[in-house]
Ligand binder design. Sequence first.
Ligand code: ADP
Length: 187
Amino acid sequence: MRLVLLGPPGSGKGTQATRLKDELQIPHISTGDLLRAEVAAGSELGLAAKEVMARGELVSDEILLGMIRSRLSREDVANGFILDGYPRNVAQANALEALLADINQPLQAVVQLDVANELLVERIAGRAKAEGREDDNPESVRKRLQVYSDSTAPVIGFYEGRGSLAKVDGVGSLDEVFARIMAALGK
Ligand code: ADP
């Protein structure tokens, strides 16, 4: 199964992707995690991304495409993958479509997790206490939600136009939301 999970910061994409990975036995590819690993390693890419991420802005499309291309060239994606955090704008969606066409592995499903904004702010505030992520401060959270509605929300329309979008209510227990996603995938 080749799957994209779409949803605003705090919508539970990462948590649900981890469960999907265990259930479907395919890799979970989180661009946020890949970028945070680069930052932690102090690589050139990490240095370029660090400040941008801390501000809650988008790292360049070029950097992301290089990262995704290299990740999707690994053998463990032979049976599929779960993309979490990519694509985040329409240019990235087009780039991904071209890349997947090139390797003959088009997407099979796009799941959008739907959660109201007030709840997102609340959830991220809770996570900030638990995880101490540098971009979970109020200013950066506001920025990320803004970037989501300006740049990422149009990606929903992109996939709607291709008939591949399933909307899932992201409010409920982890088990409930997981069951809804599996149902949307026909599993
Ligand atoms: P969240 O969904 O909570 O915002 P992520 O871990 O998905 O968190 O992303 C953290 C940050 O990493 C983003 O705010 C952005 O700076 C950067 N990032 C992740 N994915 C992308 C992407 N596809 N394009 C550009 N920047 C990205």
